[in-house]
Write a protein that binds this ligand. Sequence first.
Ligand code: FAD
Length: 481
Amino acid sequence: MSYDVAIIGSGLGGLIAGAKLAKEGRKILIVEQHTSIGGFATCFTQNNFTIDVGFHSMDGLYIQDPKIKVFEDLDVYFNLEFVALPSEYYRYVNNRFDFSIPHTTYEAIEVLTENFPKEKKGIVEFFRIIEDIFSSEWKNKTAGEMLDSLIKSNDLKLALIGTIQYYGDDPYTLSALSFGAALARNYKGGNHYIKGGSVKLTDYLANYIKEHEGKILLGNEVTKILINPDKDAAEGIMYRSTSDDDAEPIKVIAKNVIVNAPLPVAAKLLSSESENAVKLQEMMNHLKVGHSAVNIYFGFDTTLDKLGHKNYLTVVNHKSVYGLKDIYENNNSKHSQKNFIFVDYGQTDTGMAPFGKSTGVISIVDYMHNWENLSNEDYYTKKKEIEGIFIDKLEMLIPGVKDHIEYISVATPKTMERYTRNPKGSIIGFTRNPLQVRKYPLISPIKNLYFASAWSVPGGGFTSIIDASWRVACSILKKRR
Ligand SMILES: Cc1cc2nc3c(=O)[nH]c(=O)nc-3n(C[C@H](O)[C@H](O)[C@H](O)COP(=O)(O)OP(=O)(O)OC[C@H]3O[C@@H](n4cnc5c(N)ncnc54)[C@H](O)[C@@H]3O)c2cc1C
């Protein structure tokens, strides 16, 4: 079998690159180890609730948003519905403050100044810097250092960095560039949800690929990336069925190979015959892997506005968190003390639950080391314990909600790793510290081998991956056939 491009993994990065290449007439093959497509960008259905595994919202969709050109090119706008989320970005709650930060920069400055009148100058400066973060003096510093220099109030700093778990687990290691760029996109374009969930986007892309003669193989894992040592160039892959232990590996010749699978996984698929493969493997060993999460998924027998709840995204910080330096410690503390984010998908028409019902998710920073080496019994007991802790926390946030939980399940770092093979269940790829972010985008030193993954781009999230994978496809298209 021979192809123009073999793609390892059907996450968002693999599907976007595959769709563009198939559209332009390239013969492509996507090999996915799981039995369903999408990686983290997928949903599962339980008790008639559609639960998004990871997707909370998508920033942007403003005029210069890089996703726009990709969605236009692949006809996404004609086929999917994007629901604009309510006008606030997030509600910030601890035992000292409870306010909502609006989506536009102007209104956000107004609300933050109302709550912290002495900090007006720093607030304005903060928003000015993040809008121009790429040329700012802070781009090689941490988000914590930037906030410390602009703002005096610890509570204001905590509010401004409220959604940190999407980017990092410690303000003093999180790159100001990564954080600022993502935040600026949220304040510029607001947030959107894909009606019906992220699975609508990945299903659409998979169908698009098939309509353009591309092939997607599910339940097959790539076991080797073939390198021609004389040319130091990728020339194909080996894959085999994940359901049949006796299945023989199958060889595929391809002019180009795109890695969508996590890069540390891909590095192990390279043989050590090539000098550049060894270099790449060493590089992977030296990069630090980012944090994971525990997600608690809910199906409610009502919409939560009936209980007086009004917010799509709520950041809840524990009372023991007084300043930025406490965040990392909090992430490593016991679950009863941990900060969390709650998403109430029923606040808008996301189409995830039967009429009159709704879904939600609590996300908490966590790490694989808290979950590995447990017996099955201890693992399930721990999950049950955490479920109970966070039901009580949700009840404090939304009194009465406890009686309306129709479905609940807990995903741990082990779950994340099992389904997507992301090492340590990382939800962000490599840690986005200033040193590592400077190395992005990671480009393969091996000819004809390309990266299109959350592990190769500085920003992560849908925007960065969609943009980067489309560019990868375009650079392959520019090569002589
Ligand atoms: C809990 C959570 C919440 C999130 N919330 C948001 C959000 O609100 N907004 C946002 O923009 N982003 C969010 N993200 C980030 C976003 O979902 C991910 O960054 C993105 O989906 C990653 O896409 P990817 O294509 O790089 O990789 P992945 O989704 O990891 O896909 C990689 C694919 O490769 C496959 N694979 C691995 N090894 C092999 C192999 N050997 N052979 C074949 N296939 C293989 C895997 O099975 C997987 O399907 C969230 C992520 C998580 C986990």
